[in-house]
Structure formats: C-alpha cells, structure tokens
Design a protein around this ligand. Sequence first.
Ligand code: ADP
Ligand code: AMP
Length: 224
Amino acid sequence: MAELNLILLGPPGAGKGTQAERITEDFNLPYIATGNILRAAVSEGTELGIKAKSFMDAGALVPDELIIAVILERLQAADAQDGFLLDGFPRTVPQAEALGTQLAGLERHLSAVLLIDVTDEEVVRRLSGRRVSAKTGRVYHVEFDPPKNEGVCDIDGSRLIQRDDDKPETILNRLAVYHEQTEPLVGFYTELGLLRRFDGARPPVEVHDHIRAQIATLRLEDRI
Ligand code: ADP
Ligand code: AMP
C-alpha cells in the first residue's frame, strides 16, 4: 500500500491538533507539528527556541530559513519513511516549495492536503477558550470540550494552561498572518490536485468521520 503523506491546513484554532490526535491513531502515522516542535525548543532554551520566541509571542511566523531546515531534517527520520502527518507546516509558499523539492528528490509524494475550514469568528471563540496540558499535549476547550475536572488534564491530572499566543490581541494578529501568508497555499495545493476541504464548524467526531472517509477513498483509488 502506498505511503500516506498528509498535511493538515487551516487557520489557527481550526481543530488541526484535535483531528491529528485521531488521524495518527487511525493510520499509525508520526505526528509532526511545527508549533509543538517550536514550543519545545523555546522551553528547552535551544538556539532554535531562542531565535523563534519573539516571533511566536507576537503571533508572527518564524522566518522560513529557521523552520524549513528543521522540518526537512525531521522528515528524513526513520519513523517518517512510511508516511507522516504534518500540522502547521508548510505555512508559506516558499515552505511548500521546499517540501515539494525535498519529496520529489526522494521520489516521494504528498497523498493529500486536508483543509479544515472555519470562520474568523469561530477561530476567536475557539482560541480564547483553548486550554492545554503542557505535559501531555492534550487540548481542551472551556466550553466545547471541557476536562472532567476544571483546570486539570483528564489523562494525568496535570495543570491546564492558556498558551501565551492565545491571548485576544495575538489571536487577531495570527488570523491576519494566516490570511496573508498561509491561505495562498489553498490555491497552491488546489492546482496540484491535492486539496481536500472539510467543514471545521462540525463537531470533532463528524470532522473526523469525513476525513477518514476521504482517506479511505484515496487509498482505494491508489490501489486501483
Ligand atoms: P489548531 O491545532 O488548528 O490550532 P486545536 O485542535 O488546538 O486547533 O483546536 C482549537 C480549540 O478549538 C481547542 O480548544 C479545541 O478543543 C476546540 N475545537 C477543536 N475542534 C473543534 C470542533 N470541531 N468544534 C468545537 N471546538 C473545537
Ligand atoms: P501553532 O501551534 O501551529 O499555532 O504555531 C504556533 C506558532 O509557531 C505560530 O504562530 C508561529 O509563530 C510558529 N510556527 C509554527 N509553525 C510555523 C511554520 N511552519 N512557519 C513559521 N512559523 C511557524
């Protein structure tokens, strides 16, 4: 069976991480989320983290040259040879081009780009209520997906925090950055015939069902 190389695309707060948890389980794919990689680098105080922090705090993108090298190297790791799920990368056309060049050089190709579509209004609602466990990475929402006990993770009882960039003024900036720098990828991947669009306003189980059905169809087509 062909390898499954997937990209999750969509504005911040669309539900990419929420779906990724399910998709990686369904298909046993390594989950490569640039935001998580960068936040880990910041908290570990690595050179990458030190360089990335001010951009992230402002809701801006870190420069292409910082992130491209990290992700292209990550994709060479043994666990990513039979497929991967990318979340948060590519976020600019140069990043998409760099990814395409690397994959082509290795005679690999993308299976699909899954666009999770939600309105700006919904993004603001979701991001302002998002809470995460820094320890387990599990994502909650105070209203739409609350933990069993307020303020603590269901998995291990660790404390839930609000991400620094989920504060109201940064959210609006991140949305503007998405429309300006990342949305052009919708056209980019449509032209390549790779884009699949999902209505992210649906509840998480429904979005997941639609994505799974779409991937099943792709696999079927692949085998024919
Ligand atoms: P992203 O990874 O795209 O930034 P997340 O998966 O972290 O988005 O989701 C953002 C917030 O919205 C979280 O608080 C999450 O619990 C909530 N959420 C995710 N998907 C849905 C959905 N389909 N309906 C309502 N809330 C959702
Ligand atoms: P995320 O967790 O995907 O919302 O990402 C959090 C922040 O990390 C973003 O607001 C950016 O500052 C930075 N970031 C994540 N992925 C990228 C990327 N592919 N290119 C540039 N910056 C990124």
